[in-house]
Design a protein around this ligand. Sequence first.
Ligand SMILES: [Zn+2]
Length: 207
Amino acid sequence: MAETPSDLSFADAADGVIAMAHYAGAHGLVPATSGNFSVRMNATHAAVTATGANKAALTRGEVIEAEIDGERHPRASAEGPLHLVRYAHAPDIGAISHVHSLAGTVLSRRHEAEGVLRLEGWELLKAFSGIRTHETVLDVPIVANDQDTDRLAMLVERRLRESTPAFGYLIAGHGLYVWGATYKDVLRHMEAFEFLLNAQLMEEGRP
Ligand SMILES: [Zn+2]
């Protein structure tokens, strides 16, 4: 496992959050103020988007400093626990994005009963850190949606213990979580997932 990324100031972490949010907003991945983004500052804190912000136009005032293992911040999004519990369980994760990608949302319902979406043989799998050949099978876990995000976060951690490697997971009928060591890795992983999910949807032949 990689080392914990080095400490970041709140300002630097917030800039990473804004870069991911603007990317997702510009690519139509966070419709109607959905989605959220975070960058780890250190072992105990992360910069996270506040609830309700328009991610395409996110500003530093809409990013909050959240305790990874503490009380919920008053401006935290309901989906905050899904970021913070990931940081608590995986010290090598430095940034996380959550998007409501159209292709991912459709595929997550189609494959919910299987519990995974299998991505296999695509050249762009090499965009994920550590994957060196298209001859790769990436099983993206799919979990059922749940409005109780504390309970959902625990379910996700149980599922992820069984799935390696995992660069993200789908929530059925809802969206995609993606992570990486730095926000720049997450930008690349988001872009790769979006391409691969669209390719998969087209290949399955039912738009
Ligand atoms: Zn969501």
